[in-house]
Design a protein around this ligand. Structure first.
Ligand SMILES: [Zn+2]
Length: 186
C-alpha cells in the first residue's frame, strides 16, 4: 500500500493466469468489488485507470455498474493530476535553473524541456523511476539535473498515490492498512 511498494511491483507484461498481469487487472477489479475486498480496491482501481474508456466499456456485459462508475470518475481525476504534473514540472524546471543546480556550460534545464505526453502522462506509474522519466523527457541531462527533476516527479507521484483512495471513493490508506492487518491476523 506504500508508493515505493507499488513502484517496485512493476512489470505489467509478466505472465499471469494464461495472459499478462495487465490483462488480468479489469477482471480482478470487478471480482474484488463484488467480494467487497476494500483492501485490494485502491491498487486495482489505480492500475485500471490506465485503460482507455473504450476498453473499459467494451469489457463485456458482466460489469458491476457502481464499480464502472467509480472507475471512470476516478480515472478522470487521475488524468487531471497527470496533466497538472506537466504544468508543475515546468515551474520546477525554472526554479532549478534559477538555483543553479547544473554545472554544465549550457544548463540542461534551459530550453531543453521536450514534454512527451506518452511518457510523462503515463497512467498507473508504468515508468518506475522519476529519474528515468526525467532522462526520457530532457535530452541530454546531467546526473544532478536528472536527480533534481526525478525527485520532483516522484514527489508529485507520491502525493497522487496518497490521494488514490479518495479518488476512487474508498477509505483512506491508514484505515485500509488497519483492515489488512486485521485480515492477516484472523
Ligand atoms: Zn544539468
Amino acid at each position: 500500500m506504500e508508493f515505493s511498494d507499488f513502484i517496485m511491483a512493476g512489470d505489467y507484461g509478466a505472465p499471469l493466469f494464461g495472459t499478462t498481469r495487465v490483462g488480468c487487472q479489469l477482471p480482478l477489479l470487478f471480482a474484488a468489488f463484488r467480494a467487497n475486498a476494500a483492501v485490494l480496491l485502491p491498487t486495482l482501481y489505480f492500475v485500471c485507470s490506465g485503460f482507455s474508456t473504450g476498453r473499459v466499456l467494451n469489457f463485456g456485459i458482466d460489469v458491476p455498474p457502481d464499480c464502472l462508475r467509480t472507475l471512470l470518475i476516478g480515472r478522470d481525476m487521475q488524468r487531471h493530476c497527470f496533466i497538472m504534473l506537466a504544468t508543475y514540472l515546468v515551474g520546477r524546471l525554472r526554479r532549478g535553473l534559477r538555483q543553479g543546480i547544473c554545472s554544465e556550460e549550457n544548463p540542461c534545464l534551459k530550453f531543453k524541456l521536450h514534454l512527451k505526453s506518452g511518457v510523462l502522462i503515463s497512467m498507473f506509474f508504468s515508468t518506475q523511476s522519476g529519474f528515468a522519466i526525467a532522462r526520457s523527457i530532457i535530452t541530454p541531462i546531467c546526473d544532478a539535473c536528472g536527480h533534481y527533476v526525478g525527485n520532483e516527479i516522484d514527489k508529485w507521484r507520491k502525493a497522487m498515490w496518497e490521494d488514490v483512495p479518495r479518488d476512487f471513493n474508498l477509505p483512506e490508506w491508514s484505515i485500509l492498512r488497519e483492515e489488512l492487518v486485521a485480515l492477516t491476523r484472523s
